[in-house]
Write a protein that binds this ligand. Structure first.
Ligand code: T6T
Length: 321
């Protein structure tokens, strides 16, 4: 766990694209910013919205928060289009697909709306004046470290993720796979399966994997819903502590699973920080001030041993502000 902690301590970053030259914005009235979440009501994005709201209040900014009912570009695109129709000065968005969200965001850009990408990104590097996220590659590597320690460096390990084309979880998978290849020869990687961000589907995948590989040693679940579903299946199958699990995120259901011994480590991001920094960058862009293309946010490994510490309690996700 110490090595995983050290790996994560070095966990900062994000790619940047150096946008610039977008729009003139502002016009004397209160600055208007829209935050388009990846998924409404989900604790990671609700905690992000809390951070953004607090910063907006501090800076005297009007903030409107919206999100799709599923982590799905076909549901997020109409929201972006209606936001664009409302002509805010800036938009913070967590794009739900690296390709499918390029077209609606290009429209927004052409309307001189300042775009700040929070959490996820799109493949077009000219979209987004600033990109704010966790270093998901390093997060995936740290998850491999933590899981390898949990299973004693040997045995079959599985990854359960959401969907290909989501920049964050794709990077977590790559970080995990590269780390295993590079430093954990005793582990047998049985591949990645996709839950479409559905808790029930993650449970089904976990149950099928347990039936297929009775000697499965460990699982890495790349986000909140995948982890919650996989954990429920492990619990129902009576595999507590027999099959080890490391999960990304730290929602209430996951923290309960950690305390129940279903999962051995959680990688908690700082969504509130991402939200607050997103509003700061949006305001800077609207005012024509310098925008920081790359803003690192931190992450913390949460275990049953440290979960009750005040500094760890602070990073656990909330369902509301
Ligand atoms: O893991 C977070 C977020 O970083 C990712 O982009 C999508 O899933 C979450 O929202 C958790 O469900």
């Amino acid at each position: 766990m110490r090595k995983a902690m050290a790996a994560l301590a070095a966990m900062l970053l994000i790619t940047s694209c150096g946008g610039g030259g977008e729009g003139s914005g502002g016009g004397g009235d209160r600055i208007r910013v829209a935050l388009v979440q990846g998924l409404a009501g989900e604790e990671f994005y609700e905690t992000m919205a809390c951070g953004a709201r607090a910063k907006a209040k501090e800076l005297g900014v009007d903030l409107d928060v919206q999100g799709p009912q599923k982590f799905d570009p076909t549901l997020q695109t109409p929201i972006v289009n209606s936001v664009v129709a409302g002509a805010p000065d800036a938009m913070l968005i967590a794009p739900t697909d690296v390709k499918a969200m390029i077209a609606p965001l290009t429209q927004a850009k052409q309307q001189n709306i300042k775009i700040i990408l929070v959490d996820t990104v799109v493949e077009d590097p000219t979209i987004g004046l600033s990109r704010i996220s966790t270093d998901n590659l390093k997060g995936g590597a740290a998850a491999a470290e933590a899981l390898s320690e949990q299973v004693g460096g040997k045995g079959k390990v599985l990854v359960i993720s959401t969907d290909p084309g989501v920049s964050t979880v794709d990077a977590r998978i790559k970080g995990f796979e590269d780390e295993i290849k590079a430093s954990h020869p005793g582990l047998t990687y049985v591949g990645v399966q996709y839950s479409h961000n559905d808790v029930g589907e993650a449970s089904r995948i976990m149950n099928a994997a347990l039936a297929k590989d009775a000697d499965l040693a460990g699982v890495f679940a790349t986000n909140l819903n995948s982890a919650t579903g996989a954990g429920t299946a492990l619990q129902q199958a009576g595999k507590l502590g027999k099959v080890k699990m490391v999960g990304f995120d730290a929602g209430p259901a996951q923290v309960k699973q950690l305390k129940d011994g279903v999962v051995q480590a959680l990688i908690a991001q700082l969504p509130a920080d991402i939200g607050a920094k997103g509003v700061e960058q949006a305001v800077a862009a609207v005012k024509g001030q310098e925008v920081t293309p790359s803003i690192p946010t931190d992450a913390t490994i949460v275990t049953a041993a440290n979960v009750d510490r005040p500094e760890v309690q602070k990073v656990l996700y909330k369902a509301g502000c």
